[in-house]
Design a protein around this ligand. Structure first.
Ligand code: AMP
Length: 227
């Protein structure tokens, strides 16, 4: 069965870090809608110009734009063998559209990374990311001394423009209002699992692998799934 994984969780819950790991281990693409949009902004493309202000305010880009981006990306050949979605869906409308895209594919595995609010604020305000490859680095004050360059590619570490206090608080409010309802949307599916994202990253990674294995065992492959 193809692993069609979505990672739910608030900004700063560790979705990106864990999604990277699983995608590398399983040899499937990690699809981060935040990364796709940041690349569009950096390239100053038509979409990038349209979404820049919304992103800098910490607000959500419109559902139609996001659904079209993900539909195109999932249509590419490499996503037929499975994928890890990071940052999508973020609204119930996006989740409904994703179910529609999954017709004829193996069922979604949904993992919610749960982290308390004060931890999230701390992590986001201290987070650094690589400006070349987007990899998250250890927090400014959590690293053993200040980590100066990206462990993966050697790129320069910078703070994301939306990781400042006012915008972080706005993003968390938006998460509670628009994205957290997805837990109720998915909770009754046999392939939904919640894990404790407040643990150290290696423990979260272990729990994530166990959650995926158990969810896959509970999944009934869709008839006609192309995997
Ligand atoms: P992220 O890197 O996932 O925190 O996303 C950064 C920003 O990109 C968000 O604060 C939103 O402005 C935008 N964004 C990313 N994914 C989505 C989505 N699925 N729906 C709406 N906006 C999104």
């Amino acid at each position: 069965m193809a692993l069609n994984l979505i990672m739910l969780g608030a900004p700063g819950a560790g979705k990106g870090t864990q999604a990277d790991r699983i995608a590398r281990e399983r040899g499937i693409p990690k699809i981060s809608t935040g990364d796709i949009l940041r690349e569009a902004v950096a390239a100053n493309s038509e979409i990038g110009q349209r979404v820049k202000v919304t992103m800098n305010r910490g607000q959500l880009v419109g559902d139609d734009t996001m659904i079209a981006i993900v539909r195109d990306r999932l249509d590419r050949d490499d996503a037929r063998r499975g994928f890890v979605l990071d940052g999508f869906p973020r609204t119930v409308a996006q989740a409904v559209a994703l179910d529609d895209m999954m017709v004829g594919r193996d069922p979604l595995v949904i993992v919610d990374l749960a982290v308390g609010e004060s931890d999230l604020v701390h992590r986001l305000l201290n987070r650094l990311v690589c400006e070349s490859c987007g990899t998250n680095a250890l927090g400014k004050d959590l690293a053993n001394g200040l980590q100066e360059s990206c462990r993966r590619c050697g790129g320069r570490l910078v703070q994301r423009s939306d990781d400042n206090k006012a915008v972080v608080l706005e993003r968390l409010q938006i998460y509670l209002r628009q994205t957290k309802p997805l837990v109720a949307f998915y909770r009754r599916r046999p392939t939904f699992r919640a894990i404790d994202g407040a643990q150290p990253p290696d423990r979260v990674a272990e729990d994530l692998v166990a959650a995926i294995d158990s969810a896959v065992k509970s999944a009934a492959p869709s008839p006609g799934a192309r995997s």
